[in-house]
Design a protein around this ligand. Structure first.
Ligand code: URA
Length: 498
């Protein structure tokens, strides 16, 4: 019997497994463990293997992909299981074993891989960074504490590097810690929880944010416990709110039901939640994934449908959320729904939408390729002075103010975070100011935007005019020229994303 100790490293298992496979050593002759290896037995292995079949072994890449995930599982059996599978595939003539879903070992490997992926997902969802200071170069420094079930810190590190590139951070866990300094990831030994700070100003932001995205109508405690095991709650700044919000959920659902039964005019004043405007002003993409990750885009849409974060919901028919291709490379952001969009519940279906569709066709971009949304999700309007053909006053578009834009930012950031477009096209000032910079100006700054932006979006941004501007141009020649320029800008976005 050969006894082999593997450190928690897929690479070390792989190199030992390759060596044993090449020497023709069968699974029943190896005792895999995470303990120290027995030197004597390893020594004998060298002699015993001399007489064996040393033919070249070939293993499909798909197996290594699965094995790499299974290797992160906490169960000690993983190394032996993986070797048995590798043996059967390479030496046992079972080349198609991976597709045999009824096989007991394959099922076990897939179940273990699923546990690992689930743990990774939880870590992405529930890591909350706390600010601890600034580096000498002025970069903000954050620390988070997390307790994973499996060995996932290294596997997940790339995700956090991608999402939180602009700040220095450490994720501390009992087994291994990972640190990002803006250039490289570093790994160190695990530490105890006492190393992680407990409270700070960001906590309030999370709490306010959570309060605002909490939708009592969707409250399913069992599902919530399964998704967010109570084990994780203690590390979440919003945890103290969970009891308070769940206790009042049925009351709030009833309120929502009552509200929908009333006409907009009769609805009660919005429950304007304190602090949101201050807290989400500087919210960037790097800060939102933790809150958004547990939700799908559809759930995000559903939550937005109950948003009362600014008074616009009161006079609007409904929230008009974005729509389109969830894998879109290009995201178009408009200003706010108009009269027809408010009634239809879909963005850009009125006159501005028709012009946009024409321009997209001219630029050879299908609307189905895109994700289209607005910076503000409720129609803001004021009544016209006169009545229209005896049907009462017309609802005239009214520009959203700074607070209304701020209140909608979390929804917009969530959409960007979920869709992850490579290019964003902002139409008009409101969209550009919500994404790029509060004092951004069209037409003077129209074009491809370089440099940092307020949401921390790393892709290309094309800031152009709003289609309603083009609708207003009276002179035919000028209109044609403006339309050509607009189409060129859309085409540019198409070129960027190919
Ligand atoms: N204008 C916008 O900005 N968005 C719409 O959805 C419609 C008109």
């Amino acid at each position: 019997m050969i006894s082999v100790a593997i450190e928690q490293s897929f690479d070390s298992w792989r190199s030992r497994a390759r060596e044993f496979l090449q020497k023709g050593i069968s699974p029943s002759e190896i005792l895999w463990s995470s303990r120290e290896a027995c030197q004597d037995e390893l020594f004998h292995m060298g002699e015993a293997s001399e007489k064996r079949d040393r033919s070249h072994v070939r293993i499909p890449k798909a197996f290594f992909d699965l094995a790499e995930t299974v290797a992160c599982h906490r169960e000690e059996e993983r190394w032996a299981l993986l070797y048995s599978l590798a043996w059967r595939i390479s030496r046992g003539g079972e080349r198609h074993l991976l597709s045999l879903e009824t096989d007991r070992e394959i099922r076990r490997a897939h179940a273990m891989a699923k546990d690992v992926r689930r743990d990774c997902h939880k870590m992405r969802a529930f890591v909350r960074f706390r600010k601890v200071g600034e580096s000498a170069t002025g970069r903000e420094q954050f620390v988070s504490w997390f307790e994973p079930f499996h060995h996932i810190v290294e596997r997940n590190a790339g995700f956090f590097r991608g999402r939180f590139t602009g700040m220095d951070w450490s994720i501390l866990t009992p087994e291994k810690c990972v640190h990002w300094d803006g250039k490289e990831l570093h790994f160190t030994e695990g530490v105890s929880k006492s190393y992680a700070p407990d409270d700070d100003e960001l906590e309030d932001l999370w709490r306010t944010y959570y309060r605002n995205i909490f939708n009592p109508a969707r409250l399913k405690l069992n599902a919530m416990r399964a998704e967010m095991p109570v084990k994780y709650w203690k590390n979440l700044p919003e945890a103290p709110l969970i009891r308070e919000l769940t206790n009042s959920a049925s009351y709030r659902v009833n309120q929502m039901v009552d509200r929908t039964a009333l006409t907009p005019k009769d609805r009660p004043k919005s429950s304007y939640l304190d602090g949101l405007h201050e807290s989400n002003e500087s919210l960037t993409l790097s800060q939102v994934p933790g809150s958004i990750a547990p939700y799908t885009l559809d759930e995000w849409r559903e939550m937005a449908s109950c948003c009362r974060a600014c008074p616009l919901w009161e006079s609007a028919t409904q929230t008009v959320f974005g729509e389109g291709n969830p894998n879109a490379e290009i995201m178009i952001i408009g200003e706010q729904p108009g009269d027809q969009e408010d009634l239809a519940g879909r963005p850009f279906v009125g006159p501005a939408g028709k012009l946009l569709n024409d321009a997209l066709s001219a630029a050879e971009i299908g609307r189905g390729e895109l994700y289209i949304t607005n910076a503000v999700k409720h129609f803001k309007w004021k009544p016209s002075k006169g009545s229209v053909s005896g049907r009462g006053p017309k609802r005239l578009h009214d520009k959203a103010n700074r607070n209304e834009m701020k209140a909608c930012r979390p929804w917009l950031l969530g959409e960007i975070a979920k869709i992850q477009p490579s290019t964003i096209i902002t139409l008009g000032n409101t969209a550009a100011q919500s994404v790029i910079r509060q004092d951004f100006r069209i037409p003077s700054e129209r074009g491809v935007v370089k440099g940092p932006n307020d949401v921390g979006f790393g892709g290309k941004i094309i800031a152009t005019v709003h289609p309603s501007y083009l609708l207003r141009v009276r002179d035919r020649k000028e209109k044609e020229a403006e339309m050509r320029r607009f189409v060129d800008e859309l085409r540019l976005a198409g070129d960027f994303s190919h």
